[in-house]
Write a protein that binds this ligand. Structure first.
Ligand code: CDV
Length: 312
């Protein structure tokens, strides 16, 4: 019997700096209701989906900065989303800024959770590939201070048995790194969920601004194909506090083909019914890792070329 998972990618338009959490959660709820009407089992929201993309500002006041972080999940503002998920029997993926206290120390992460159809958190991932810079760069039109505000995630890239399949999470810049998909691919991942906030303009390399949409899709389509997995990529899009963010939210099959794609830069739901077995032909033939992958030879190439830190 086919293992079909109907997924909604819930792209968000811009979130204003002064937009309240409860106003944002109302937008998420509207999208979840639409997703339910369209038969979704799972709805995927973007990276840092509860606030504006605050790493674009150099915020010196610690109290002001902390306002962008969630100290618990669920909390008073997000509880209605969890309640609705349980009532409708629909799961969700949510990205948010996490403030955690662990072994008596405060930590800050760029985090995503996977919530099942009963409203219970079943998976949590903390972003590993943090882009941008750690120090204030006054010459830039806008900052990208993820390296200042977040620590590198400490969970690796686990996968979870949920929604009748093997699910993996990553966040935004992670999608550009082949290792992200391959670590999950080696664990048999069948669907990767990810959210992103990607500016149209890259102050470090404006020469590639016109390729932003291409590179976004290229990374996710390659990750899907090379690991025989579905990839659901969901943007926060549009002009947010004067900064243009790309849209292009999409659902990508294990063939690497896009089966659904957003056409606006606003709140928009796209839906696809995904056969979780669609990755099997890839996993058992061209990308049969056990038969064809040669990690011992990657190691030898490092030795031959004198690379000091061998590939693993
Ligand atoms: N939020 C991100 O991780 N954004 C990066 C940008 C800065 C390049 C991205 O990879 O889309």
């Amino acid at each position: 019997m086919a293992r079909t998972l109907t997924v909604g990618a819930a792209q968000l338009g811009p979130i204003a700096r002064d937009e309240s959490r409860s106003a944002v959660v109302q937008r998420l709820i509207m999208l979840m209701k639409q997703a339910h009407t369209r038969g979704c089992d799972l709805v995927v929201y973007p990276e840092l989906a509860l606030t504006t993309f605050f790493p674009r500002w150099y915020i010196e006041d610690p109290a002001e900065l902390e306002q962008f972080f969630e100290t618990a999940m669920p909390n008073a503002a997000t509880q209605p989303l969890f309640d609705l998920a349980g009532q409708l029997g629909i799961g969700f993926h949510l990205g948010y800024a996490e403030r955690a206290i662990e072994q008596g120390a405060v930590h800050h992460y760029n985090t995503a959770i996977l919530v099942d159809q009963s409203g219970k958190i079943v998976g949590k991932y903390r972003k590993i590939h943090l882009p941008g810079h750690g120090d204030y760069e006054p010459h830039r039109a806008f900052q990208h201070l993820e390296k200042r505000y977040f620590e590198v995630g400490d969970f690796g890239f686990p996968v979870w048995r949920a929604f009748g399949g093997i699910m993996g999470l990553c966040i935004c810049n992670d999608r550009r790194w082949p290792e992200t998909y391959r670590v999950m691919g080696l664990q048999g991942v069948e669907m990767v969920l990810l959210g992103y906030n990607t500016p149209q303009h890259n102050p470090h390399d404006p020469s590639s601004d016109h390729l932003n949409h291409f590179h976004n899709l290229l990374s996710m389509q390659a990750g899907a194909y090379q690991n025989g997995t579905w990839v659901v990529g969901v943007a926060k899009a549009g002009r947010e506090e004067g900064c243009d963010l790309i849209g292009d939210s999409c659902i990508i099959a294990p063939s690497g083909e896009i089966v659904a794609k957003a056409y606006t830069v606003e709140d928009e739901l796209i839906v696809a019914s995904c056969d979780l077995d669609a990755g099997i032909p890839y996993k058992t033939t061209i990308f049969n890792f056990a038969a064809h992958r040669r990690p011992e030879h990657y190691q030898r190439i490092c030795q031959q070329t004198g690379i000091q830190r061998p590939l693993k």
